[in-house]
Design a binder for this molecule. Structure first.
Ligand code: SF4
Ligand code: SF4
Length: 187
């Protein structure tokens, strides 16, 4: 448990009533996160996915949240039929994001990082590219517990450890390093 500090919390409010399912948000997110940046665009790598509810003909943009096992870390606000729901009223246990946010090649979890970059963007790109204002960027100050921030690699490792156990992951790394050291020409 960390100490409590004042922190700027970045959130994106999702107005489901305005979303028309154009998927521009998916395109720009995956392009921004491709390596090198903007070298490709595959919505399967996007940290936002637009889910269509066919019976009601509505589109619901869903963000890749923390891959928390026991506690919901969702901070998204949703507006549905004009009513605003605070702090992601969708429970992540049943939230479709759990299955759809996987890196297609490695199967490792994807997470929205609010388009972190240097220099910092004025607004996240999915918000900038949403032409109908279904996504609105909001900042607020909040007292939060100081958390250790995980980058993409740490998030992936965290999920491997949760799935296979620390020992198995360590053994696999040891085996891989051994193999790497034995590769001819490797320095
Ligand atoms: S860009 Fe906006 S309108 Fe288009 S799918 Fe995404 S949230 Fe919906
Ligand atoms: S805020 Fe950035 S990282 Fe998060 S879903 Fe939008 S474009 Fe992707």
């Amino acid at each position: 448990m960390g100490e409590k500090t004042k922190k700027k919390v970045k959130t994106i409010k999702v107005d489901v009533d305005k979303c028309n399912g154009c998927r521009a948000c998916e395109m720009i997110c995956s392009a921004f996160h491709s390596v090198p940046k903007y070298s490709g665009n595959n919505p399967a790598r996007s940290r936002i996915r637009v889910i269509r509810e066919p019976l009601k003909d509505i589109y619901v943009p869903v963000y890749a949240g923390e891959n928390a096992k026991a506690e919901c870390m969702g901070r998204d606000k949703y507006v549905i039929d004009g009513k605003e729901y605070e702090e992601c009223a969708f429970c992540r246990a049943s939230c479709p994001s759990r299955d759809i946010f996987k890196e297609p090649d490695s199967g490792l979890p994807l997470k929205c990082d609010m388009c972190e970059s240097d220099p910092t963007l004025e607004k996240p790109l999915c918000v900038q590219w949403c032409m109908v204002d279904a996504l609105t960027y909001e900042e607020r100050e909040e007292e939060v517990e100081e958390d250790v921030k995980l980058d993409d690699v740490e998030t992936g490792l965290d999920s491997l450890v949760a799935k296979h156990g620390l020992q198995k992951v360590l053994d696999t790394f040891a085996r891989m390093s051994q193999k790497g050291a034995e590769q001819p020409g490797e320095k």
